[in-house]
Structure formats: C-alpha cells, structure tokens
Design a binder for this molecule. Structure first.
Ligand SMILES: [Zn+2]
Length: 44
C-alpha cells in the first residue's frame, strides 16, 4: 500500500516556479509557488 502512495506522488506533475519556471522542491510546498531562488528571504 505504501508503495502505491509513493508512486502516486511520483507521478504528480512537478510544481513550477511562477517567477522563473524552475521546478519547485516539494518539501517547500508551504512556501507557495516560487522556487528557493525567487523566494523573498525577507518573508521568513
Ligand atoms: Zn524561481
């Protein structure tokens, strides 16, 4: 069952940065739709 869940997430389309189109690291999904490079460091 766990393998099915992993496969499910693996098949999801990668989120792309709304600024530069770079693929966003999924572990930062809480940041919204911008990559690390386009993220405003001041907001942290
Ligand atoms: Zn970006």
């Amino acid at each position: 069952m766990i393998e099915n869940v992993v496969e499910f997430f693996r098949n999801l389309p990668a989120k792309l940065c709304s600024e530069c189109g770079e693929k966003i690291n999924e572990q930062h999904e809480c940041y919204g739709n911008k990559c690390d490079g386009c993220m405003d460091p001041g907001k942290l």
